[in-house]
Each structure stands twice: as C-alpha cells, then as structure tokens.
Design a protein around this ligand. Structure first.
Ligand code: MN
Length: 322
C-alpha cells in the first residue's frame, strides 16, 4: 500500500546511543488574535513528544506588548494535565473555574491542575510592557488524570554560588540542595538557572530522569554539545550528573522526570488516552459553553470575554504519543 500524501515529509528514523544529547529546534506558532503573539514551541515535535511528564513547551518573548498585543486568551478548557506558567518579565492575570484569580509574576511558579476538567483565561496586565516567559504542560499519569481541579502558587528561593557564577530557582523537584514543596503526580524537575561567563556546573541529577535544557538567552554547552538560544537539549536517562558550561551570560530552564511510560493523545488543550476521549472532551466543552457553565469544566467568574470554542477535529483519528 502506498502513502497517498502529495508531498510526504521525510522522517528520519534512528536511535542514538543511550547517552546521546539531542538538540531540538523550536518552531514558531502564532497564538491567534488580531496581532497574533508568536510562541516558540519545542515540545511536542516530530522526534520527541515528552520529556518525563513534560508534554508541551512554549517559550515567548521578550515581546514589546505595544507591538504584539500581549497575551489575550479567553476562557478555554484543559483535561488530564497541569499547566506551569513561568515568567521572566511581565505579569499575567489568571482566572480559573476552580475559583482562583491570580497574578502570575516573574520567578514564581503558578501550577494549575486540570484533572478531569478546568477552564481558565490568561491575559497580560495593562501595566505589562515586555512579556517574556514559558508555558509548560505536565501530563497527568493514569492514576491522577481525573483528580479535582486546583491551582497552586510557589515563589522558590534563589540559590547562589558563593562566587556569583550562577544562581538558580527550583520550582519543581530538587536540584542544587533546593527542593520545591509542590507535590507532583510523577517525579519532576523544573528549575531556572542563570549562568555568568565562565560558569561550569556539574549538577547532581537522578539517573532515572530524562532531562531537557531550554536556552532562553546566551548559549550553553550540555555535556560538551553546544546549545543555542531558543533550542532545547534532550539528555537521555542514565547519567547521574548534568554538565553545563558557558562563556556568556546565559539563562535557561532545566526540566526532567522519569520517562512517562504511558501513551497519551493530545489535541488542542486536551490530554487523554484515546481519540474517543478527545471527542468527548470537546463535546462536553461545547455543551457547557451553550449552557453558560456546568460540572465538567465550569467557567471562571467575572471574565470579560466569552469562552473559546474548540476547533474542528481533524478527519483522521488522532494518534497516541509516547
Ligand atoms: Mn490554558
């Protein structure tokens, strides 16, 4: 049987050595809206869908909000995941159907757990001139994917080298002797690191974890492999240290966790296990929009905009990712 695509993509299928460091390029995705703020997406992509339970990684800015219009995302639903908002500059106003209304600030973790369903809105505030940060999603494992919706906030302390060569904030998991108190449903690591020129770090890490290093500014060597700004380095499990070095001022995020080990189906804002899950999540959302609310997702109180309908489903069945 032949592939009926008119212009099939070339897919490189190869398996590197277990200790390989892989560098993934971002792709630009417009978030929509009249002036369409653009994000750089490094997960999921063709060669890799997940790093631990991290299943989605959007990185944006620094954007001049006067030009891009900033972030304006009316109420929309999520299932089966947690959203992590991490800002470098600017402020985002968050409202959700679990009843939380929060201002997301730089250097502070804001973690929303969708569980079986939540809806929320996100808008950069009127006082924000430069918007710069990351929006990350964590897939919930089978035993926790229908937990109750909730929202948590944590401002991690800054840990610093005595000689000022690096500073870090650990928002999930443990690194550099700093541990986040935020409980997760699978083991996770999430941290921001700022490195000065000449910094060389050998970080103790859990060898069962796979790791990702997202470079926000500058550039870094990861186990000797050069990683440029906006790129994501993937490090396979099996190493008990992570080696970072740089010759310029660099800011990066380190993310990780043990390989997720479950197949997921991801479409729009939903994480499920099957195509049928996604069809049901979408129908339920449209029913609640029509009814002005309901038990499956609910709607945030006091939101100025109507909720966003889901796009049309693709004709083909949505394939699971691992
Ligand atoms: Mn969202």
């Amino acid at each position: 049987m032949s592939n009926t695509e008119a212009a099939p993509d070339e897919v490189l299928c190869e398996t590197g050595p277990a200790d390989d460091v892989e560098v993934l390029e971002p792709r630009d995705v417009p978030l929509g809206g009249p002036r369409a703020m653009t994000v750089r997406r490094t997960l999921p992509q063709r060669q890799r869908s997940l790093v631990g339970a991290w299943c989605f990684l959007d990185h944006y800015g620094p954007d001049d909000v006067a030009e891009t219009g900033g972030m304006v995302v009316p109420p929309h639903p999520h299932t089966g995941l947690q959203t992590v908002s991490w800002l470098f500059s600017g402020t985002i106003e968050h409202r959700d159907s679990a009843g939380f209304h929060a201002l997301v600030q730089p250097g502070e973790l804001n973690l929303m757990t969708a569980g079986s369903g939540v809806s929320h809105s996100e808008r950069s505030t009127a006082g924000t001139t430069v918007l710069h940060g990351a929006q990350l999603w964590v897939a919930l494992p089978e035993h926790a994917r229908e937990v109750e919706r909730t929202f948590e906030h944590y401002a991690p302390p800054v840990v610093e080298d005595d000689e000022g060569r690096w500073r870090a904030q650990v928002f999930l998991g443990s690194l550099l002797g700093s541990s986040s108190p935020v409980e997760t449903h699978t083991p996770l690591l999430g941290a921001e690191l700022a490195l000065e020129p000449g910094a060389e770090l050998v970080l103790d890490v859990d060898p069962t974890f796979e790791l990702a290093v997202l470079v926000d500014s500058g550039s870094v060597s990861v186990h000797g492999r050069r990683v440029e700004k906006d790129e994501l380095a993937y490090v396979a499990p099996g190493r008990d240290v992570l080696r970072l070095a740089t010759s310029e001022p660099t800011r990066l995020l380190v993310l990780g966790g043990p390989p997720f080990g479950e197949q997921i189906v991801m479409w729009w804002n939903f994480v499920g296990r099957t195509h049928e899950d996604v069809v049901a999540y979408r129908e339920r959302w449209h029913a609640e929009i029509a009814a002005g609310g309901g038990p499956a997702y609910g709607l945030p109180d006091g939101d100025p905009d109507p909720p966003l309908p889901a796009p049309e489903l693709p004709n083909a069945r949505i394939k699971p990712r691992t």
